[in-house]
Ligand binder design. Structure first.
Ligand code: GRF
Length: 215
């Protein structure tokens, strides 16, 4: 890259599973929708498909878990070091199943995003992940679900909302059909938000500041 190339955002992704959201971010970087690149993918799960996806795109893929660092703070520190060594400016959680602590959150203030398959603050919090989210939406009889992209703080699914998009719930939905419809929208909104951050159209510091004033 020559020195007069426009600035691109260095993104680090944390993922535990299939990594379809990771893939949507990688693809959007490759097409130029996101003026940025994924520089490292970290997973707590050595067999995560997300790590394979990273490898396929020549992205550093790192397995870091309590197996290596039984102490959560030490694990957070190791994650921070990998992210810093990669020059990461924005951290994106994409189906990362472990709650991280203050070491990581404080190392990237207002720069850690997560995606959640519902309209937070509803259907978020401990234990609300995967198919359980969609089961709860259907059990409540909601006509609308959706996707939330939010900043990460030290509580589950809690930080300020950056963007949300609604997804209809259809009368014959099962948790699986609803999950699939929601996931499709996740693959649109997450790259859009990251692109907005990279271009400077979305100011994460302002979003945090506004949410503090509302508290
Ligand atoms: C997504 O539904 C995301 O909202 C949630 O975990 C799931 C991850 O899916 N946080 P994938 O691994 O990106 O396919």
């Amino acid at each position: 890259m020559s020195s007069d190339d426009p600035k691109t955002l260095n993104i680090g992704v944390l993922a535990s599973g299939g990594g379809s959201n990771l893939q949507s971010i990688i693809d959007a970087c490759e097409t130029g929708e996101i003026p940025g690149r994924v520089v490292v993918v970290i997973s707590n799960n050595s067999s995560a498909k997300a790590l394979e996806r990273a490898g396929r795109h020549g992205i550093d893929a790192v397995h870091l878990s309590n197996y290596h660092y039984p102490d959560d703070e030490e694990l957070d520190q190791a994650i921070v070091e990998v992210l810093r060594n990669g020059g990461v400016e924005l951290v994106c959680l994409a189906g990362y199943m472990k709650k991280r602590g203050p070491r990581l959150i404080k190392a990237f203030p207002n720069r850690i995003l997560n995606i959640h398959p519902a309209l937070l603050p509803r259907y978020g919090g401990k234990g609300m992940y995967g198919v359980r989210v969609h089961e709860a939406v259907l059990a409540a009889g909601d006509k609308v679900s959706g996707v939330s992209v939010h900043l990460v703080d030290e509580l589950y699914d809690h930080g300020p909302i950056v963007a949300q998009r609604e997804v209809p719930v259809l009368p014959d939905d099962t948790p699986e059909t609803l999950a699939a419809r929601v996931l499709k929208v996740e693959h649109e909104i997450y790259p859009e938000v990251i692109a907005g951050v990279a271009r400077g159209d979305i100011n994460l510091d302002d979003i945090v500041e506004k949410s503090r004033n509302q508290d």
